[in-house]
Design a protein around this ligand. Structure first.
Ligand SMILES: [Zn+2]
Ligand SMILES: [Zn+2]
Length: 148
C-alpha cells in the first residue's frame, strides 16, 4: 500500500499527470517521492542544499545535503535508491491501481519519464517530466512539481 504524503514538504517530488497513450486513451496518475533520513547521522533529513544568503532551497542542485550533520550525497547516487509511489487510473483498462518504482527517469514517448506497468493489464505507462503534449484550449489545473 502506498500512502499519500500529508504535505509536499515531505517530498522531493510530487506530481499529478494525465497519462496519454500514443493511441489517445487517457488516464491519470499522482506520483511522489518521500524524503529520506540521513544515512550518516540518522537524525537529519536529506534535502537540496539551501542558499546561504537567501535561505532558499537550490532546487537545481546536483547534491542532497543532511540538515543536521552536513553529509552530502550526489543526485546520481541518491535518486535511484529512492522510491517513487504512484496511484493511477490506467488509460488502457481504466482500472485504478498503485505501485512503487525506483526514482529513475528513462525516455518514454520522447520525454524523460518514470516508467511503470499497470498491475492489471501490464500496459507500459510513463510519468513524463513536463506536460510536453499539453493541448491548447484544453487547460486543466496546472501540474505541480516540487523539484525542478
Ligand atoms: Zn546527517
Ligand atoms: Zn491497465
Amino acid at each position: 500500500m502506498v500512502t499519500m504524503p500529508d504535505s509536499m514538504d515531505e517530498c522531493y517530488y510530487f506530481t499529478r499527470r494525465k497519462l496519454v497513450m500514443a493511441t489517445g486513451e487517457e488516464g491519470n496518475a499522482v506520483a511522489w517521492v518521500k524524503r529520506v533520513e540521513c544515512p550518516q547521522c540518522k537524525k537529519g533529513m536529506l534535502g537540496k542544499p539551501k542558499d546561504a544568503k537567501t535561505g532558499k532551497t537550490k532546487i537545481r542542485s546536483k547534491e542532497y545535503e543532511c540538515s543536521a550533520c552536513g553529509y552530502i550525497i550526489s543526485k546520481e547516487e541518491l535518486e535511484p535508491t529512492l522510491i517513487c509511489e504512484i496511484q493511477y487510473t490506467c488509460p488502457m483498462c481504466k482500472k485504478t491501481g498503485e505501485t512503487e518504482v525506483p526514482y529513475i527517469r528513462k525516455t518514454f514517448m520522447g520525454a524523460p519519464s518514470i516508467i511503470f506497468f499497470c498491475q492489471h493489464c501490464n500496459a507500459k505507462l510513463g510519468i513524463t517530466k513536463k506536460m510536453k503534449d499539453f493541448k491548447k484550449g484544453k487547460k486543466k489545473k496546472a501540474p505541480v512539481d516540487v523539484d525542478e
